[in-house]
Design a protein around this ligand. Structure first.
Ligand SMILES: Cc1cc2nc3c(=O)[nH]c(=O)nc-3n(C[C@H](O)[C@H](O)[C@H](O)COP(=O)(O)OP(=O)(O)OC[C@H]3O[C@@H](n4cnc5c(N)ncnc54)[C@H](O)[C@@H]3O)c2cc1C
Length: 226
């Protein structure tokens, strides 16, 4: 928790281009479950906000010669010249006790707009590197993070030895390479497999499962580390 008396804060970063998608309904269900458990919920809807996902030279103070993105991030943190949108999102990230990345699985990973959020907001010098180290010495130690997502493939196809391959293998680069890298303790993901092939009744039941899973996570002060 941020302070002894304040409600814990959950930041949900959501990436789906369709407001009436199952993924968006799943995100709204999770948000309500967190509120019901006493969390203050902050939602960043990247498509609705038209988040610009590319880490570009132009977002930094004029760079002469060879552009080194991480060196520029360090310089911008040091000089207080981070891009205003990045600074605002970084502050919301730093204020959160729980980070939820909400998305449909695209190419066995995050949609580009969400990967671009990580590229720009997991700033070197702001959440790792500089005054911080990596993993256990990074800025977000003591906070939890989790993935909330949907797939096209079935749960069977994502089992070890299944047609697509083990889900754990696909998620490793996000869990270890992004979330743990900046200090988060990773909670096991909440996944709805193949909502497009479900009946309405099955989708309603799936949202109930999401609600129950997120309520358990919210109630559990111990992180379930993968
Ligand atoms: C570029 C791209 C790459 C992809 N790569 C992969 C991949 O690598 N692996 C993989 O497994 N899949 C992949 N997919 C498929 C993708 O993961 C699924 O299509 C997606 O996760 C399904 O979730 P959705 O929210 O988009 O579903 P939607 O199609 O939005 O929703 C499914 C159904 O749920 C209904 N619904 C919406 N809200 C509710 C509600 N409140 N209650 C009940 N029903 C509701 C909708 O009306 C719809 O009928 C890819 C898709 C794309 C576009």
């Amino acid at each position: 928790m941020s302070t002894i008396d304040a409600a814990p804060v959950a930041l949900i970063v959501h990436a789906h281009p369709e407001p009436h998608s199952f993924s968006t309904a799943q995100m709204a269900t999770a948000a309500q479950a967190l509120r019901d458990a006493g969390y203050q919920v902050d939602v960043l809807d990247l498509y609705a906000d038209a988040w610009a996902p590319t880490l570009a030279r132009e977002e930094f103070a004029p760079v002469e010669g060879h552009f080194k993105p991480q060196a520029e991030q360090m310089r911008a943190v040091r000089n207080g010249t981070l891009d205003a949108a990045v600074r605002a999102h970084l502050d919301r990230l730093l204020a959160a006790d729980l980070l939820v990345l909400s998305f449909p699985m695209w190419w066995f990973s995050l949609p580009a707009i969400l990967k671009g959020w990580v590229d720009r907001v997991f700033v070197m010098g702001g959440v790792f590197g500089g005054d911080y180290g990596l993993f256990g010495d990074a800025a977000l130690v003591g906070k939890r993070a989790m993935l909330l997502f949907t797939t096209g493939g079935s749960s069977e196809s994502f089992r070890s030895g299944g047609a697509l391959g083990s889900m754990d293998d696909f998620l490793f680069h996000i869990h270890r390479g992004m979330l743990e890298f900046v200090g988060f303790q990773v909670i096991g993901p909440v996944v709805t497999y193949g909502p497009a092939r479900m009946t309405d009744q099955e989708r309603t039941a799936a949202l109930d499962t999401v609600r129950e899973s997120v309520a358990l996570i919210a109630a559990d002060s111990r992180a379930i580390v993968l």
